[in-house]
Design a protein around this ligand. Structure first.
Ligand code: SF4
Length: 593
């Protein structure tokens, strides 16, 4: 079914059974008491699901490189023992796992950060200390020692994080490297740091150890690398005996979305494909790949040798197993919302997944067979009702779900019509499929009335009836020109050319996005033009600049409280919604009565 995706990749000292990589994503598990044991179960479940290779979240080689003051490191024997929990658990399931070594440089969220130059990142409150030559040499050694300890802990290899604007990337780009010594100035000098790290890792770990380098192929910031420079570094990395190059897209401070749901699927794989032609070692494609069909198409088009997915393995640990069994419709698809994974990660909370609450809670949330199966009615066929019905039926209960309308999905049916949120349809598809698999009786166009519920003699009734929007108590609210967001998004009414939206939370922003959308298809060309991405490999950093669009409507987004509109939106996605609407001429007013 997926011949390219499911074919093995034979490397000199390891064979990967298929072309899937669970990409690095930090979960904050390693930072809590007992967290390594929990992380071990989390990773082992993905190994059991047959992923080809796992790459852990970033682990720092030294205190200055930590994400926060309490972040995980690998610098001593005690930490080796903790990491061995993870490697043992993964290997017991027949999996393979590499540890990512991440030095955050100026992105670290603590006062002891260091960087090639003392330039504060626009997304950090701390300013880094410029690294002296002695610190640079110590840091290179720290990377090597960290990799050697990873090998001792049982990892099959390491991924050296050289993209996303972290320390190594900060050395590579003149944006953040203003040094005048041998580690700055010319490009040859600026890439000495990553190459020295790779050589040190090889020297201390030997050849029978996988070394992956995550290389930034598109910085998406001013004064980023040019394409010829990126190719030059990739070739040097290959010469320095890196086994595989992974793709990094966009620095964290870039103001262009790279993984959010509004980014078209497999948006950036053409860049990986262009690099692949220059190298003889395998390359990994990444970003917005969330189904076996898409992964297969990338490999079939020879745009990559392997495909990395991080969030899709949070959403469904059995992604590969289901693809192997030709059950892709049963895959719980990552909808790229970022709400429970990256938004949590960056708030230093434990990550999870909006569509799979077991993610990172595998030791706490067990779906065991019911000891006493019951007859259960579920009132409401939205996401909550469907999720409950699926799990209850899977556990052996006899479940009937009543939905008053003619379709399943509830408010996800409204969400999926918002431009860039089309992925929400996948959650409806997933639950519809698995409810059928576990024989949930679905009664559409049927309200769960007391008469029905009593006549069927259910043991339990679960209400999942959704919400009614609050109707603000303001003069004119019943005027013929005033409509609910549901009427607009469901297509019941089409607003005119001048629209005021009362409320600027998530739904207000979604409605503004819906009403300001043009009719152009949301493909990569359109996306790249809108956000100003250079698709011709001509401009440094991959930027061409954005131009303002002619608004389709005049839209006012009104917020009652003061402060910046959109402040309550998701940490990693709110800026995208705001930036997109501002460039479409949407007016945002706060403190409005
Ligand atoms: Fe994907 Fe959203 Fe789950 Fe994150 S929370 S893994 S983005 S579905």
């Amino acid at each position: 079914m997926y011949p390219a995706l499911l074919s093995p990749l034979v490397l000199p000292h390891i064979t990967l059974p298929n072309r899937t990589i669970m990409g690095s994503m930090h979960t904050n598990l390693e930072e809590i008491p007992g967290g390594f044991e929990r992380a071990a179960v989390y990773y082992a479940e993905r190994a059991k699901g047959k992923v080809g290779l796992i790459i852990t979240g970033g682990i720092s080689p030294c205190p200055e490189g930590c994400v926060s003051a309490r972040s995980a490191m690998l610098t001593n024997q005690e930490e080796v023992r903790q990491h061995a929990w993870i490697t043992d658990a993964v290997h017991r399931e027949g999996g393979r796992i590499c540890m990512q070594i991440l030095h955050t440089g100026r992105y670290g969220y603590h006062p002891n950060i260091v960087a090639p130059s003392a330039i504060q990142a626009p997304i950090n409150v701390f300013t880094p200390k410029e690294m002296e030559e002695e610190t640079i040499l110590k840091t290179i050694l720290a990377f090597g020692n960290c990799a050697a300890l990873a090998k001792e802990a049982g990892y099959d290899g390491v991924e050296i994080m050289g993209s996303e604007g972290y320390l190594i990337n900060q050395f590579i780009a003149s944006r953040t490297n203003r040094r005048t010594d041998d580690w700055g100035g010319s490009y040859e000098n600026r890439i000495r740091f990553p190459l020295a790290i790779v050589r040190k890792v090889r020297e201390l770990c030997g050849n029978a150890f996988l070394v992956i380098f995550r290389l930034s192929l598109l910085d998406l910031v001013e004064e980023g690398s040019s394409w010829p420079e990126i190719v030059q570094l990739a070739k040097e990395l290959e010469k320095a005996s890196v086994d595989i190059i992974n793709t990094g897209i966009g620095w964290h401070e870039a103001r262009i979305p790279t993984i959010a749901t509004s980014v078209p699927r497999k948006a950036f794989t053409y860049i990986t494909g262009t690099l692949k032609k220059e190298l003889s070692i395998p390359v990994i494609a990444a970003n917005r790949i969330n189904s076996p069909e898409i992964a297969e198409s990338i490999l079939a088009a020879k745009e990559a040798d392997l495909v990395s997915m991080a969030r899709p393995f949070l959403a469904d640990p059995q992604f590969v197993q289901k693809a192997m069994e030709n059950k892709a419709a049963e895959i719980n698809t990552c909808i790229a919302c970022n709400q429970a994974c990256l938004d949590h990660t960056f708030q230093l909370k434990i990550s999870s997944c909006m569509v799979n609450p077991r993610a990172c809670h595998e030791t706490e949330l067990h779906y065991l067979p019911a000891s006493k199966p019951r007859k259960i009615a579920v009132a409401g066929g939205g996401p909550a009702g469907m999720a409950f019905a699926h799990i209850a039926a899977m556990r052996g209960h006899q479940v009937t779900l009543y939905e008053a309308t003619g379709q399943l999905g509830g408010q996800f049916n409204l969400a999926k019509v918002i431009p860039g949120k089309e992925e929400y349809a996948e959650t409806i598809r997933y639950y519809s499929t698995v409810m059928e698999k576990y024989h949930v009786q679905v009664q559409l166009n049927t309200k769960a009335t007391p008469e029905i519920l009593l006549s069927k003699q259910f043991d339990e009734v679960v209400t999942a009836c959704g919400i009614h929007p609050r109707k603000p108590d303001i003069p004119g609210i019943d005027h013929a020109l005033v409509h609910s967001y549901q009427d607009v998004l469901s297509g019941k009414i089409t607003p005119g050319k001048r629209v005021a939206i009362i409320g600027s939370g998530g739904i207000g922003f979604d409605v503004a996005s819906f009403l300001s959308a043009d009719d152009t298809a949301v493909d990569y060309t359109h996306f790249a033009q809108f956000w100003g991405i250079d698709t011709d490999f001509l401009h440094r950093g991959g930027l061409t600049g954005r131009s303002a669009l002619k608004p389709k409507r005049t839209i006012y987004l009104l917020q009652r409280k003061g402060g910046k509109p959109g402040a309550s939106l998701g940490k990693t996605t709110g800026w995208i919604h705001k930036s997109a609407l501002l460039s479409k001429g949407v007016h945002m007013w706060a403190g409005v009565h």
